[in-house]
Design a protein around this ligand. Structure first.
Ligand SMILES: C[S@@+](CC[C@H](N)C(=O)[O-])C[C@H]1O[C@@H](n2cnc3c(N)ncnc32)[C@H](O)[C@@H]1O
Length: 232
């Protein structure tokens, strides 16, 4: 499906090299995408935790809010979030890859509170939102891009608003899956190890304007972060 010009705002001239070099198989290949974008696959990749992690993230937002979702997510996450915001709310899903935006548009058909935009989150975000949601993006980008994305997302939160991050985290030493995940990261997710021990709030100066709350799940393998922007 091709993009309609009015929906392609601030479209990047080209895809980031880290994305095309590392993740073509996962996000840019029209033959593999339909196989990966299935609930059982998403659930398996997150060791059966996908539903729980998605429900937690969605519960951080309220009906009627205007929310920016940073990058497309396989499975029903965006539709869940759009339904949570309701018809009084607005969900703007952005992704740097036009193929991902087309796929998300198909999944969000009929949810008129949802908008899709091709945009590179490394570039400044013009609009401000009640909240932003970043679900498993940060481990897939190199450190310098990660810093810029976190700064831009925090900058896009209105005073009194909220940023939500869900991502990988260093599992506890005894975790039976720790060696498996180390291999997965080595083979498939080369940027993930640099995130595991790095507090997200240390990635951008804008973090000081927020109150940070962190939880972990599944033996520390996943982190759930809520950052609330101070009112003034
Ligand atoms: C959210 S992350 C991974 C989510 C999760 N692993 C899943 O199951 O979908 C994947 C998306 O991030 C997008 N992405 C990567 N770098 C980006 C950037 N700088 N700006 C916007 N989107 C980006 C990719 O195009 C891809 O669609």
């Amino acid at each position: 499906m091709s993009e309609s010009p009015e929906r392609v705002l601030h479209a990047p001239a080209r895809l980031p090299e880290y994305l095309s070099d590392t993740y073509t198989w996962a996000y840019l290949n029209p033959r593999t995408m339909p196989w990966l974008d299935r609930a059982p696959v998403v659930s398996a990749i997150l060791w059966g935790n996908a539903g729980r992690l998605m429900r937690w993230a969605v519960s951080r937002f309220a009906p009627g809010q205007t929310v920016l979702q940073a990058a497309c997510v396989y499975g029903d996450f965006s539709a869940m979030l759009a339904r949570r915001l309701g018809v009084e709310g607005r969900l703007v899903v952005t992704d740097v890859a036009p193929i991902q935006i087309s796929n998300a548009r198909r999944k969000l058909a009929g949810l008129r509170q949802a908008e899709l935009r091709v945009a590179d989150l490394v570039e400044p975000i013009a609009e401000q939102y009640d909240a932003v949601c970043c679900f498993f993006l940060l481990h897939e980008v190199p450190e310098n891009a990660r810093r810029r994305i976190v700064a831009n997302l925090l900058g896009a939160v209105k005073p009194g608003g909220r940023a939500v991050f869900v991502d990988y985290h260093r599992p506890q030493r005894w975790h039976p899956l720790a060696p498996v995940m180390a291999l997965v990261f080595r083979w498939l997710e080369p940027f993930a190890p640099s995130l595991l021990d790095t507090p997200i709030e240390s990635l951008a100066e804008e973090a000081r304007d927020f109150d940070w709350h962190k939880q972990t799940r599944f033996g520390g393998l996943y982190q759930l972060i809520e950052a609330n922007r101070k009112a003034c």
